[in-house]
Design a protein around this ligand. Structure first.
Ligand code: FES
Length: 105
């Protein structure tokens, strides 16, 4: 599964990942900057925030209550914000494109 990370400066990184990995794991394993993931994927830090390309937003599973309450703490939250550790990669998400924030807090 290919996912695309665009950083706050507009630089694009294409990352290959396995089905079942989270978007946060795909990013950290590939050394994508801008994803701090301080809690290691436990939905408890909001530093894995990404802005999802509008085209993809509706294809993602809905935000869980836990994710929604954590997003309240995210810096510069936008309507397209999601927590990358809460997005499981599946074949339908091949090509998923997200932008990473300049700062996570
Ligand atoms: Fe902490 Fe996603 S890694 S909320």
């Amino acid at each position: 599964i290919q996912v695309v990370f665009i950083d706050s400066m507009g630089e694009r990184r294409d990352v290959s990942s396995r089905e079942g990995q989270s978007l946060m794991e795909a990013a950290t394993m590939a050394g994508v900057p801008g994803i701090d993931a301080d809690c290691g994927g436990a939905c408890a830090c909001a530093t894995c925030q990404v802005y999802v390309d509008p085209k993809w937003l509706s294809l993602l599973p809905p935000t869980s209550e836990g994710e929604a309450s954590m997003l309240e703490f995210a810096a510069n939250r936008q309507d397209s914000s999601r927590l990358a550790c809460q997005i499981r990669l599946t074949a339908d998400l091949d090509g998923l494109t997200v932008t990473t924030p300049e700062f996570q807090f």
